[in-house]
Ligand binder design. Structure first.
Ligand code: HEC
Length: 150
């Protein structure tokens, strides 16, 4: 009996978390969005896991160039998170403010919308350098279909 009750409570907590993560355009505090969508990999202190997940401390080093700004929005964990563009912008700005980045131009909902749906950052960008070896080594021909840089 106790076990059943515990399971029911755990299941409803998951349901609430899922409902919050996919709540359309309703804004939720960015700290909560970070907790639900990023903390599992990047950690509560955003320092990641050395050798596995990069730190988000000092992320502003990317923001000096348009390619760098695009890269931050286009990494899979950000581009494909199941929340609205407005929430992604608020989440990125909160992440930048909270983890040691003092000078940066804030992201807007419009900028995030364009970068999430627009073409990937250009060939000489950080993302392209990460993706190109994978595509080059792939024996299938789906690279174009998944939007990899040519
Ligand atoms: C499933 C684990 C996972 C989740 C969830 C995740 N990330 Fe990541 N993130 C990674 C890994 C692994 C990398 C490095 C590889 C890559 O570029 O995809 C990364 C890279 C990044 C980078 C680039 C940092 C750099 O130094 O290159 C940023 C910015 C980032 N993530 C932000 C976020 C934010 C914000 C969220 C939440 C909306 C998030 N990530 C969710 C695993 C994750």
């Amino acid at each position: 009996m106790t076990r059943a009750v515990t399971f029911a409570a755990a299941a409803s907590t998951c349901w609430i978390a899922a409902a919050l993560a996919y709540a359309g355009d309703a804004m939720v505090p960015p700290a909560q969005d970070y907790m639900l969508n990023c903390r599992g990999c990047h950690g509560a202190d955003a320092r990641g896991a050395p050798g596995h997940v990069p730190s988000l401390v000092g992320l502003d080093r990317f923001l000096a160039t348009p390619q760098g700004r695009a890269y931050v929005v286009q990494v899979p964990g950000v581009a494909h998170v199941g929340i609205s563009d407005a929430r992604v912008a608020a989440l990125l700005n909160w992440t930048l403010e909270s983890f040691g980045n003092c000078r940066f131009e804030a992201y807007t909902e419009e900028e995030v919308a364009g970068l999430r749906r627009g073409p990937s950052v250009s060939d000489d960008s950080v993302a392209a350098r990460l993706v190109r070896p994978v595509v080059a080594n792939s024996s299938c021909s789906t690279a174009e279909a998944v939007g990899a840089p040519h």
